[in-house]
Design a protein around this ligand. Structure first.
Ligand code: HEM
Ligand SMILES: *[C@@H]1O[C@H](CO)[C@@H](O)[C@H](O)[C@H]1NC(C)=O
Ligand SMILES: *[C@@H]1O[C@H](CO)[C@@H](O)[C@H](O)[C@H]1NC(C)=O
Length: 533
C-alpha cells in the first residue's frame, strides 16, 4: 500500500482526515509529536496560530500568497497579533493598527540584519563589500546610509529641489501629450510607468541620467523588481535568468555613472549624491557602489507608479467622479499666458485646501492598494501593549512582520464598507456622527492609516510621491479627456501578486487589456503646462 500525503496548503489536514483510518491515526500521532517539537511558547507571547499543514503551512502560504497571506490569516482568525510556527522556529505577525504603530515606534525592532544579508545577495557585490556589510562594521555602514545618505536628502531645500526638478520634467512631458492630435495609449500601466520613470530618474540622477540612455535600462529596472525575491535567495543564474540579466544591464548602466563621479554633478539630487558619498567614504569600489545603488530607483518608483496607476484608473473609469474632481482642480489654475501657457498651483498645502475630494481619493487608493509588510528582527525582548492594555511579549532573535494591508482592512477601524473604494471616506465631515472613534470614524481611520509605515523607517519619499502624483492627476483631469480604447466599457485590470518586497500592489499581467484614447478637452488644446510650487 502506498500512502500519499497531500501537502497542498488548501487541502492539507482536511485531505488527511478524509483518507483511510490508518492514515488518520498516523496523522493524529504525527500532530501530537509536532506539539512536542513546537518551539516553546511563553504564555506572554502572542497567541499561536497553527498552520493547516504542520511545520510548513505558513511558509507555503507566504510563498504562495505573499503579503496577502497576512490579510487572509487576519480575517480568518480575527486576532490582533499572532505567533506563527514555522519549521522548528516561529515568526510573529502583527495585524492590528495600534500594535503595528507601537511596533513602528519600538527602538528594539531593527531592519539592519535583513539589509546586511539581503543587499549582497540581491546586488552581488564583490567579496570584500559582502564581508564588510555582513561583518561587525556592516551595522555602522547601514546606519550611515540612513543617517547621512537618506534622512537629510528629503529635508527642506533638498526635497524642494527634488520636487522642482521632477515637476519641471513632468510639465515638459505632459505638454507633449495629445498636443495637437488625439493619442491612443494601448497600455495605461506602461504609459504611466514610462512617464514617471523618465521624470523621476532625471530628477534623481541629473544631466547624465543613466536611464535616459535607453529604454532597456528602464525595462531592466522593472524586470529586476519582479525577480527581487528569488534573487534574495541567491540561487545560481539558471534559476532566475531574467533577474540575473536585468541585474547585469543595470550594473552596466550605473557603473560608468559612478566611475565618472557623475553623482557629484550640480544637477544631481542629494538622495543620489549623499548615498554615493557614504559608500565611497566606506572605501567601496565604483562597481559595487553601482550595484548597491541599483536599489535606489526602486524606492523612488516601485510604489509611486502603481499608486498613480490605481488612482488614475479608478477615477477615470467613473465619469461622475471625474466631473467632481475637475471642479476641484480648476481651482488650481493660477494664470494663462498669451503664449497659451497655463500655470498650476501644486504646492502641497494648496492642493490639500482646494481639492479635498482628490485628497480623499488619494488616501483611499493608498488604503486599498498598499499591502506593505514591514519586516524586523527583535533585538531584545520587547513588550507591545494593545489599546485595552493587553501586553504581548516578543522574544529576542525572532522575526516580526507588520502587515499594513491587514490593518487597512480591519472593519473595527474602517467600518462595514472596508472592502469598497469609497471616494469620500477621508473627507473630514464623514464619520462625525459615529463619534470619530467608532468604526469608520475620522479618529479611528486616522489611527489605522499607515501607508508610509512609521517610526524611524517612516517613508522619507512620501512628500515627493505626493508632489509627482498629484501634479500628474491635476493636469490629466484638467486638460484631457479619456475613453476606453475599444468599445465603451472600461475594464480595469485586477490586482497582481502582492509582493513582500514592495508596498503597493501592481496590476495583474502588466495591465494588459487596459488602454485608452486621449485627447485634449475643449478649451485646453495646445496648452503647455507650468507648475508653481
Ligand atoms: C506612493 C508611494 C510610496 C509608498 C506607498 C511608500 C511606502 C513606504 C513604506 C511603507 C516604507 C516603510 C518600509 C518599512 O517599514 O520597512 C517606505 C520606506 C522607504 N521609502 Fe517609500 N513609499 C513611496 C514612495 C517613495 C519615494 C518616491 C521614495 C524616494 C524618492 C521612497 C523612499 C523610501 C526609502 C528610502 C525608504 C526606507 C526608509 C527606511 O527604511 O528608513 N519612497 N516607503
Ligand atoms: C579585497 O581586499 C584585499 C585586502 O584589502 C585586496 O588585496 C583585494 O584585492 C580585494 N579584493 C577585491 C576583489 O577587491
Ligand atoms: C516639496 O518640497 C517641500 C519642501 O520644501 C515640501 O514642504 C512640499 O510639501 C513638497 N511638495 C510640493 C507639492 O510642493
Amino acid at each position: 500500500m502506498t500512502i500519499t500525503i497531500d501537502m497542498s496548503p488548501l487541502r492539507g489536514l482536511d485531505a488527511l482526515m478524509s483518507t483511510p483510518a490508518v492514515v488518520t491515526i498516523a496523522a493524529i500521532i504525527f500532530t501530537l509529536l509536532i506539539h512536542n517539537f513546537l518551539p516553546h511558547t511563553d504564555r506572554r507571547e502572542p497567541p499561536v496560530v497553527k498552520p493547516r499543514v504542520p511545520f510548513i503551512g505558513h511558509i507555503i502560504g507566504l510563498m504562495r500568497h505573499q503579503a496577502k497571506y497576512h490579510i487572509m490569516l487576519q480575517s480568518s482568525t480575527d486576532k490582533p497579533i499572532a505567533t506563527l510556527p514555522m519549521l522548528t522556529g516561529k515568526m510573529y505577525a502583527i495585524w492590528d493598527p495600534h500594535l503595528i504603530a507601537a511596533a513602528f515606534r519600538s527602538k528594539s525592532l531593527s531592519t539592519t540584519p535583513h539589509i546586511k544579508v539581503a543587499t549582497p545577495a540581491i546586488t552581488r557585490v564583490g567579496i570584500n563589500t559582502t564581508n564588510l556589510l555582513r561583518g561587525p562594521h556592516g551595522d555602522d555602514l547601514v546606519d550611515r546610509i540612513f543617517e547621512q545618505g537618506i534622512a537629510p536628502s528629503f529635508k527642506g531645500a533638498s526635497l524642494q529641489r527634488l520636487n522642482e526638478t521632477a515637476l519641471s520634467g513632468l510639465a515638459t512631458q505632459l505638454s507633449g501629450v495629445a498636443f495637437d492630435k488625439n493619442e491612443d495609449v494601448p497600455n495605461v500601466w506602461l504609459w504611466l510607468r514610462r512617464l514617471m520613470t523618465s521624470v523621476t530618474s532625471t530628477a534623481l540622477y541629473g544631466t547624465h541620467d543613466p536611464f535616459a540612455a535607453s529604454p532597456d535600462v528602464e525595462d531592466a529596472l522593472w524586470e529586476l523588481e519582479r525577480n527581487l525575491l528569488s534573487l534574495t535567495l541567491n540561487l545560481p543564474a539558471v534559476f532566475t535568468p531574467a533577474g540575473h540579466g536585468a541585474r547585469n544591464t543595470l550594473a552596466a548602466a550605473l557603473t560608468p555613472y559612478y566611475a565618472a563621479r557623475r553623482d557629484e554633478h550640480v544637477s544631481v539630487s542629494d538622495f543620489v549624491r549623499n548615498r554615493a558619498a557614504v559608500l565611497r567614504g566606506a572605501g567601496l569600489p565604483d562597481a559595487d557602489i553601482a550595484r548597491i545603488e541599483m536599489l535606489l530607483p526602486f524606492a523612488a518608483l516601485a510604489n509611486t507608479v502603481p499608486l498613480l496607476f490605481w488612482l488614475f484608473s479608478t477615477v477615470v473609469t467613473r465619469p461622475d467622479l471625474v466631473a467632481l474632481l475637475r471642479k476641484e482642480v480648476e481651482r488650481l489654475v493660477m494664470s494663462r499666458s498669451d503664449a497659451n501657457e497655463v500655470t498650476l498651483l501644486v504646492a502641497a498645502g494648496l492642493v490639500e485646501d482646494r481639492c479635498p475630494l482628490l485628497m480623499s481619493c488619494y488616501r483611499e487608493t493608498l488604503r486599498q492598494t498598499v499591502h506593505q509588510v514591514s519586516t524586523r528582527t527583535v533585538m531584545e525582548d520587547t513588550t507591545l501593549t494593545d489599546r485595552s492594555g493587553q501586553p504581548y511579549l516578543l522574544k529576542a532573535g525572532h522575526v516580526v512582520q507588520m502587515s499594513v494591508g491587514a490593518s487597512h482592512a480591519v472593519p473595527e477601524s474602517w467600518g462595514p464598507d472596508a472592502d469598497e473604494f469609497q471616494p469620500g471616506r477621508f473627507l473630514s465631515q464623514r464619520g462625525k456622527s459615529s463619534g470619530g472613534d467608532g468604526p469608520g470614524g475620522a479618529k479611528a481611520i486616522r489611527a489605522a492609516f499607515q501607508p508610509f509605515g512609521g517610526g524611524t523607517h517612516l517613508c522619507p519619499g512620501r512628500q515627493f510621491a505626493f508632489a509627482e502624483i498629484m501634479a500628474t492627476m491635476a493636469t490629466l483631469l484638467l486638460g484631457y479627456e479619456f475613453q476606453p480604447l475599444e468599445g465603451t466599457e472600461w475594464r480595469l485590470p485586477g490586482f497582481g501578486a502582492r509582493s513582500v518586497i514592495d508596498a503597493v500592489t501592481k496590476p495583474a499581467r502588466h495591465g494588459e487589456g487596459f488602454g485608452m484614447k486621449v485627447r485634449r478637452r475643449q478649451g485646453w488644446e495646445g496648452v503647455r503646462w507650468v507648475y508653481d510650487l
